[in-house]
Design a protein around this ligand. Structure first.
Ligand code: PRP
Length: 181
């Protein structure tokens, strides 16, 4: 049923499976002997984090943060708000942030600064999708599943008005879905 609303697949189920396996191997090699906290940024991280962690062969803890960016009134400045904070202390810990997508880079810019300010020893990012053409803040994630062009995608955690997160792949919505909204 959800398939009917999708114009084109951008990252298929098979590609996602390959990506999580490859990133899992890289991370298992790089985090050997460490005990990091995986910090998922809600809500989009859920499917990716769930699949990725099954390929991580080292001890870890998991935690979540919910962060939203908003445009500030008259100044037009962009800021981020911590809707739900991490409940594990990060001081002197290795932290690996798990994202579904990096677009403007604002969310990560703020979260990384916050975790470093709290004394994390090392903060890195693994993202399923990277959209470098969307950047407003200079930032390059350490671990990238796949780079995509500047298109609006849904599925595998990514939503349109709260829907389509449960689609098992990443795709482009048919224009009529927006037009009829
Ligand atoms: C999305 C995504 C990232 C952020 C990336 O989250 O999951 O957290 O936007 O965008 P940026 O690089 O421009 O900051 P969103 O705020 O849509 O929340 P959601 O995951 O709950 O849908």
């Amino acid at each position: 049923m959800l398939d009917n609303d999708i114009e084109k697949t951008i990252v298929s189920r098979e590609e996602i499976a390959g990506i999580t396996e490859r990133l899992g191997e890289e991370l298992t090699r790089d985090y050997k002997g460490e005990y990091p906290i995986l910090v998922g940024i809600l809500k989009g991280c859920i499917p990716f984090m769930s699949d990725l962690m099954k390929h991580l062969d080292f001890h870890l803890e998991i935690g979540y943060m919910d962060v939203s960016s908003y445009f500030g009134g008259l100044t037009g400045a962009v800021d981020v708000k911590i809707e739900m904070d991490l409940n594990i202390p990060v001081k002197n810990r290795y932290v690996l942030i798990v994202e579904d997508i990096v677009d403007s880079g604002r969310t990560l810019h703020a979260v990384i600064r916050l975790l470093e300010h709290r004394g994390a020893k090392d903060v890195k990012v693994v993202t399923l999708l990277d959209k470098p053409e969307g950047r407003k803040v200079e930032y390059v994630p350490e671990y990238i599943g796949v780079t995509i062009p500047k298109v609006f995608v849904v599925g595998y955690g990514l939503d349109y008005e709260g829907r389509y997160r449960n689609l098992p792949y990443v795709g482009l919505l048919k224009p009529e879905i927006y037009e009829n909204a």
